[in-house]
Ligand binder design. Sequence first.
Ligand code: ZN
Length: 342
Amino acid sequence: MLGCVIHGPGDLRVEELPVPVPGPGRALVAVRYGGVCGSDLHYWRHGGVGDFRLREPMVLGHEVVGTVVAVGDGPSEPLVGTAVAVHPATPCGVCPECADGRRNVCRDTRHLGSAARFPHVQGGFAARLAVPVRQLRPLPEGLGMRRAALAEPLSVALHALRRAGDVTGRHVLVTGAGPIGCLVVAAAKAAGAAHVTVTDLLPAALGYARGAGADTVVRADDPDDAGWPAEADAAVEASGAAAGLDTCLRRVRRGGVVVQLGMLPPGPSPFAGNLVVSREIELRGAFRFDDEFGRALDLLAAESTLDSLISAVLPVTEAEPAFALAADRSRSCKVLLDFGEG
Ligand code: ZN
């Protein structure tokens, strides 16, 4: 079977890999689509993401959908032949965070395609993937696999909105209109936000944000843009740039909430900390997600407009061009790899 393996910065290879055998409690999934995530691009371009560095070759990918083709001993649901989305995380279940119901920040989690631990957890950009059965979610009625490939990043967005608190009737500012920022827009509208403003440097990205339901789009580099809100009630930083965090802190109302969702560059980040003090802004992180996955699938089943965020689908044999396309936000939003019919 073919898989996409990252060997180091700029060294992405499509390789023949052994087909895994599902052990007890695991299922073998024939992967159909895998979404290329910003973190996959970071591994490709820089050999790491955030403070996680690549130390051995790793199959990338954690936004994966496919069909169950075999089940190991133990639980047999979902049955062979079921279309599923794969929840990428296996939290340990016993650490203080897991015990506290914050499994997304589990200190000993296993996350598909992540170098956070060593040996790295191999990812899902391969034609066959063996994963714990409990990580599989059958697709709801009417949801095709292509759109379902957005379930993982949409879950990230839903979790960020949960961290922002109740936004019903509120004005939400989102900095960064990449795939995650656009899905934050959709999540904010679904959560009842009255108005969502999105900023980005790229007109193409702002166009995708419009498609996801943004009410106002703003050029981040134009302080005179008429679209800037006087004050937002909550802000979600989805660009991963310190400038985006600065914008959120300056534009949120006093006592408002800023959620840092984008992964900032490694090491210390400069930010306008005195605004956190003098305006009592609540600065919160949002990392991955936990049980938002089911809600994401239901939302995708209901929202065909989100198809507009899938800007290209390329065969796995063209993984490198697909990564290059995904990295060029002037030409793309979410790019999927297609692993074929199985
Ligand atoms: Zn844990």
